[in-house]
Design a binder for this molecule. Structure first.
Ligand code: MN
Length: 234
C-alpha cells in the first residue's frame, strides 16, 4: 500500500516517562518569560508591574534526556553566547480553552527538569531591533527535558529547590515558590490565548543566574522531587 504522505513525515518528538515504556508525545512547547523576580531584574524588567508573557519553541527542539545519563547535544550554530536557563517543565495530559485556575492542575500529566537554552547574543539583537525571538530561542536541541515523572505518582511540585550546576559549580539556585506566576495561573492564562492540547509542554521560567556555557561543560539541572537532567553541548 502506498504512503498517504507525499514526502516522508518527520518523526514525532517524544519524552521518556519514569516507570512507563510508553512515551510522552510532544505537541507544542510554550515558555513563560521572566517568571522569577530576581531573573526579571537581571534581564532589565520590573517584576512588580509586568503581566506574564509567553513565547514558543518548536516541538522538535525538545530532547528527551533520561536521568543518570549525560546526553551530548550539538552546540548550536550562529552564537557566541549560548545561555542556560534551568526551568521546571509541565507536561499536559489534557487540553482545553479558558481553563479555570482551580481546574488547571487536572490537565497536568507530569513534570520534568528542563533547559530553555538561548542564543543570548541573537536574542539581545532581536530585542534591540524589536524583532521576534525565534533565532534566539528556537535553536535545534534547545529544549532538553529530563525523565518525566507523573503527577499521579508525585503530585504537583510547588515548593523546593531548583538548581543548575555547570561542571559541579552552582550557577542558579532558587525555589519553585519564588515563581511570580504559579503553574495553575500559567495554564489558565495560556488557555485564554491558545487552545491547549494534550502533549503541550510549558517551560515555567528560570531563576536568576543565567549565563553562557562553553563547549564540553556539563550542565546539570536538579529540581526537588524530579529526575535530574544532565547535558553537554559539544
Ligand atoms: Mn526561559
Amino acid at each position: 500500500m502506498s504512503s498517504p504522505f507525499a514526502i516522508p513525515p518527520e518523526k514525532l518528538t517524544t519524552l521518556a516517562i519514569e516507570g512507563l515504556d510508553a512515551v510522552f508525545p510532544v505537541n507544542r512547547v510554550y515558555c513563560i518569560g521572566r517568571n522569577y523576580a530576581a531573573h526579571a531584574r537581571e534581564m532589565g524588567g520590573d517584576p512588580t508591574r509586568e503581566a506574564p508573557f509567553f513565547f514558543m519553541k518548536p516541538a522538535d527542539s525538545a530532547v528527551s534526556c533520561p536521568s543518570d545519563l549525560r546526553v551530548d547535544l550539538p552546540y548550536p550554530t550562529m552564537t557566541e553566547s549560548y545561555h542556560f536557563e534551568a526551568e521546571m517543565v509541565v507536561a499536559l495530559g489534557k487540553g482545553g480553552q479558558n481553563i479555570a485556575e482551580s481546574d488547571a492542575l487536572a490537565h497536568v500529566f507530569g513534570y520534568g527538569a528542563g533547559l530553555d537554552m538561548t542564543r543570548r547574543d541573537r536574542q539581545d539583537e532581536a530585542k534591540a531591533a524589536r524583532r521576534p525571538w525565534e533565532v534566539g530561542k528556537c535553536a535545534d536541541h534547545s529544549a532538553p527535558v529530563g525523565l518525566l515523572r507523573r503527577a499521579s505518582e508525585i503530585g504537583h511540585p510547588e515548593h523546593g529547590t531548583i538548581r543548575l550546576d555547570v561542571d559541579g559549580q552552582v550557577r542558579q539556585q532558587s525555589v519553585l515558590e519564588a515563581m511570580i506566576w504559579r503553574v495553575p495561573e500559567q495554564i489558565a492564562i495560556l488557555s485564554q490565548f491558545f487552545t491547549l492540547k494534550a502533549g503541550d509542554l510549558i517551560f515555567t521560567g528560570t531563576p536568576e543566574g543565567v549565563g553562557a556555557i562553553e563547549r564540553l561543560e556539563t550542565i546539570k539541572v536538579e529540581i526537588e522531587g524530579l529526575a535530574p537532567l544532565m547535558v553537554r553541548y559539544v
